[in-house]
Design a protein around this ligand. Structure first.
Ligand code: FPP
Length: 247
């Protein structure tokens, strides 16, 4: 941890926690076994972010597309969610972590939705790490729900078409007022974004970990990942020379 430059931390880390199913299969177990073991990785990631002083951590917990998985797996993940939130919220609260949710919460079974809402309510005044769980979330869903809100405001004359711009659009995304993603990490070996935070990751640095399935992800992996991030030059469309002058 001491090799990390605390002045150059990603403000917002997003994670695609992939590989639970394959991890379980490699052990001859059911896929849900992998999801259960993913909780230890979630805990370590949250702890490491809080210790480093990362402001925002957003975990891809259940995508819109995941509803298409076998019912037994979906039910298993939902039960795990209820249990985990129930078990972990007191510790999150003690550590000043604020729990949030992005996605279509209304799609969740009532038990999961209520457990989430309770956790969000209990931790809403915390001022430390903001931990967002993406649940029934997809990047395209997020953009469409923002467009619907804006269209309704245009229709009711609350907003003029000329006033639509990137900054105001951002204000209607489910992540608002969190900053854009600086660093997107995906475990499990696939090199894609899978409809995650599409708008918010426009200039994110991407890191694909080929050799780590999510249940094996530990603090040391996050620390190594942040070191890799700190070696990248973020140019935001400018030249390297310009970036050095600005610094
Ligand atoms: C992707 O692995 C993982 C998921 C779809 C579920 C992630 C859920 C958890 C880690 C548990 C719940 C978390 C919280 C925060 C309460 P995969 O199933 O796609 O794995 P595969 O690519 O090997 O099939």
């Amino acid at each position: 941890m001491e090799d990390i430059d605390l002045n150059n931390l990603p403000k917002h880390i997003a994670v695609i926690m992939d590989g639970n199913g394959r991890w379980a299969k490699s052990k001859g177990a059911m896929r849900i076994f992998g999801h259960h073991h993913g909780i230890a990785a979630v805990r370590e990631t949250v702890e490491a972010c809080a210790e480093m002083g990362v402001g925002f951590l957003t975990l891809y917990t259940f995508s819109t597309e995941n509803w298409g998985r076998p019912k037994a797996e979906v039910d298993g993940i939902m039960s795990l969610l209820v249990k985990t939130i129930g078990d972990e919220v007191p510790t999150l609260h003690k550590n000043n972590v604020r729990l949030k949710c992005i996605g279509d919460l209304n799609m969740l079974p009532n038990k999961a939705k209520n457990e989430m809402l309770e956790g969000i309510e209990k931790t809403k005044n915390n001022t430390g790490l903001v931990l967002s769980l993406a649940l029934s979330y997809s990047g395209k869903w997020d953009i469409v729900q923002a467009i619907k809100q804006i269209a309704a405001k245009v229709k009711s004359d609350e907003l003029k078409i000329e006033d639509i711009n990137e900054q105001m659009f951002n204000g209607f995304l489910s992540t608002f007022p969190d900053p854009d993603v600086d660093f997107l990490i995906r475990t499990g070996g696939d090199h894609r974004i899978s409809n995650y935070l599409l708008w918010q990751s426009a200039y994110a640095e991407l890191l694909f970990l080929d050799d780590v399935f999510w249940p094996d992800f530990r603090k040391k992996h996050l620390i190594e990942a942040v070191k890799t991030y700190q070696q990248r030059e973020r140019r935001f469309g400018k030249t390297g020379e310009q970036i050095k002058t600005i610094k």
